[in-house]
Write a protein that binds this ligand. Structure first.
Ligand SMILES: [Zn+2]
Length: 129
C-alpha cells in the first residue's frame, strides 16, 4: 500500500503488486477540479487511461525532450539521458475541470522560430507562447 498525491489536491491509496503494476485501493480525498469525477473513474483520469493527466504530461515532456532544439543527450556513469539544454525550462498547468482537463505547456528559452510536434500530435495538449 502506498499513498499518492498527484499534485492537484487529490489523495489516493494504491496497491503495488509484485509485478510493479499499481491499482487503486481507495480515494482518500478529491480536489475541487476533480470533484465531478466519480471515485470509480478517478484513477483512470489521473493515471491509468492512455489520455490520463499523468500520461499527457509525460508524453508532452517526452516529445519536448526528443527535440534537439531544446534538449541534448547527457552521459553520466555510462547512463545516457535526455536533458533540457541550459536555459530551457518547461512550465505547465491545467485548464478546465473534471475528466477533460487540458494541459497547457509553455517552453521557456526555446530558440527563435522553434516549432514542435507537440502542437499537432498530442490530444488535449496546448502549447502556449
Ligand atoms: Zn484532483
Amino acid at each position: 500500500m502506498q499513498r499518492w498525491k498527484p499534485g492537484c489536491g487529490c489523495y489516493l491509496e494504491e496497491t503495488v503488486h509484485p509485478s510493479g503494476k499499481k491499482t487503486l485501493s481507495r480515494v482518500l480525498a478529491k480536489c475541487s477540479v476533480h470533484a465531478s469525477v466519480p471515485d470509480s473513474e478517478l484513477y483512470a483520469v489521473l493515471y491509468t487511461a492512455p489520455d490520463s493527466e499523468t500520461n499527457l504530461r509525460l508524453n508532452a515532456m517526452r516529445t519536448l525532450l526528443e527535440d534537439d532544439a531544446l534538449a541534448e543527450t547527457k552521459v553520466e556513469d555510462g547512463q545516457s539521458a535526455r536533458v533540457f539544454k541550459p536555459g530551457v525550462f518547461i512550465e505547465h498547468n491545467w485548464v478546465g475541470e473534471g475528466r477533460g482537463r487540458v494541459l497547457r505547456v509553455r517552453v521557456h528559452g526555446a530558440p527563435a522560430g522553434f516549432e514542435t510536434r507537440l502542437r499537432v500530435v498530442k490530444p488535449r495538449t496546448e502549447l502556449i507562447d
